[in-house]
Ligand binder design. Sequence first.
Ligand code: ADP
Ligand code: F6P
Length: 327
Amino acid sequence: MEKEIKRIAVLTSGGDASGMNAAVRAVCRSAIAKGLDIFGVNRGYEGLITGDLFKMDLRSVSEILHRGGTMLYSARCPEFKTKEGIERGVRTCKQFGIDGIVVIGGDGSFRGARDLSLAGIPCIGIPATIDNDISCSDYTIGVDTALNTIIDSVDKIRDTSHSHDRCSLVEVMGRHCGYLALNAGIATGAMAILVPEKELDFQHDIVERMQFTRGIGKKHFIILVAEGVDYPGGIAQMAKDIEEATGVVTKTTVLGYVQRGGSPTAKDRIVATKMGVTAVHLLAQGIGNRVVVMNGEKIVDYDIKEALKMKKAFDDELYTLSHEISI
Ligand code: ADP
Ligand code: F6P
């Protein structure tokens, strides 16, 4: 698909992620460098439906590179999953003369971009979510910042856990995906890592492992739990059950939104900038309906429909390795 593109828009959608601002900045400045008009859309697809757009210039994106969150705000917009919602989005594009859109967000946002592309508005998706759960990309903007925040927090929790010979149960984000728990677990030396991809055997995975490691001199225990792990009563109940089964005082910490915000790391700023520029270069050539993603360390682009069919495997090797090393 190729058509002349003169005026584009950029939006952020779904859960915010550190580095989204860096991507917005790159899209805006790269578009202007290419001689395109650029509009910002507030609150993702909601703003597209209601016509909440504004013209950007080079200074519109000053002082945002180092900030978490998104200057364009984000939203979840159920209406965009309907035919009427897409039609309203297309109408807004016609009204503002928008020829193409850069959508920065997760898997759900990519589905919206696919539907908008099918309705005749060329879109380019840029992956941004702390979960790293977009199948077509090895990396999503925000992951490195989130991981480093988790590591920083768990290192602090470890000091207290160690000083009091306690067990610390730390819940990290990941409703459907254990990437953050697994990788943060490796980086913080967690004795156990609980992820939604693996069925939990409480007795084997936690109680027996604690008893075994205690038998070989371990005095305190860090357990990382992805929020998507299904345990009746949640981690509060899990802590009580651990205490009852092992006698070790067990405390819980839910890291929550601490993981989503904050100043992006070098990696997130650089990847976001490269992806933003690549997205604009595609649109400037009249190419739409693509996603700009990471394949290994390389930035590549795929057809959006094909990209949404891809599957990503859980890293079993890393999971197994954690059992050998964090003991
Ligand atoms: P993320 O993009 O982080 O995965 P969501 O899954 O909440 O976050 O999706 C963000 C938004 O993308 C939704 O609120 C909705 O507006 C849009 N969206 C999600 N799924 C679809 C879909 N199947 N079709 C069209 N739009 C969708
Ligand atoms: O950004 C992804 C994510 O953090 C998931 O891990 C989590 O389940 C979800 O967002 C929660 O988002 P919200 O609180 O905005 O619904």
